[in-house]
Ligand binder design. Structure first.
Ligand SMILES: C[S@@+](CC[C@H](N)C(=O)[O-])C[C@H]1O[C@@H](n2cnc3c(N)ncnc32)[C@H](O)[C@@H]1O
Length: 220
């Protein structure tokens, strides 16, 4: 209780864990709310949750409620999964794919991710998961970072085409990107050219200071 009170004045660190994948993970109380951070950036809840919530809002909460299954690549503390469950009252199936088992331990212990009934978490590299997937999805949320770094595979044809294959017609991709340098902005402009007229692609600039979001709809 005192820690919560204190957190309205200064952030209160509750746990710090080393992780082979993410280097360092921290759970902090900030203004009475828990957030999960990596060494240099916010990983879950806080601004990250606001960013993805805006993306879901662009797609439309009503529309999302009708979707049968959703794939979340990059789970961390599971804030987007909580948004789906609590704010959107999404009742379909959610599959979350996360490479770092330590993060899922934190997500369950501090953010009660394991209490979301319609959610199944797979500990796996998202690249491999997508490669092997036989399932198709109505919404694929791509939110993959190692600290502030976005792995190169996310922007390569091979992965993009595999993701497109497992996306249902009339389904959406929501892709969160970080834009810190001129190169990152150019990379995002180039990303658009990977989609042909079967897709409707929108780029939402400056969703928060350093993030651009893509929504991509599969038309046919
Ligand atoms: C910004 S966090 C995700 C936040 C989450 N979507 C949420 O709603 O709270 C990025 C996550 O991507 C994970 N990650 C990084 N590389 C990955 C990969 N190749 N496959 C799966 N997850 C990966 C990191 O471990 C980290 O948990």
């Amino acid at each position: 209780m005192f820690k919560k009170f204190l957190s309205f004045f200064i952030p209160v660190n509750l746990v710090r864990k080393d992780s082979e994948v993410s280097q360092q993970l921290e759970v902090t109380l900030n203004n009475g709310k828990l957030v999960l951070d990596s060494k240099n950036t916010n990983y879950s809840y806080g601004s990250l949750q606001r960013i993805l919530r805006k993306g879901l809002h662009y797609i439309g909460f009503e529309r999302i409620r009708e979707f049968k299954n959703i794939l979340v690549l990059g789970v961390a503390g599971g804030s987007v999964i909580k948004t789906l469950a609590d704010d959107i009252a999404y009742k379909g199936q959610i599959t979350g794919v996360e490479i770092d088992p330590k993060i899922i331990e934190i997500a369950n212990k501090y953010f009660e991710l394991d209490k979301v009934p319609n959610c199944n978490i797979v500990i796996c590299d998202a690249f491999e998961f997508v490669l092997k997937s036989k399932e198709t999805y109505d919404l694929i949320i791509i939110d993959i970072f190692k600290d502030t770094i976005m792995p190169g595979f996310l922007f390569e044809d091979f992965f993009i085409n595999k993701v497109n294959q497992i996306l249902n017609v009339n389904g959406f991709i929501l892709f969160n990107t970080m834009t810190l340098t001129k190169k990152d902005f150019e990379r995002n402009q180039e990303y658009k050219t990977h989609f042909n007229s079967n897709y409707s692609i929108r780029l939402y600039p400056k969703v928060e200071e350093h993030n651009e979001l893509f929504t991509i709809k599969k038309l046919r």
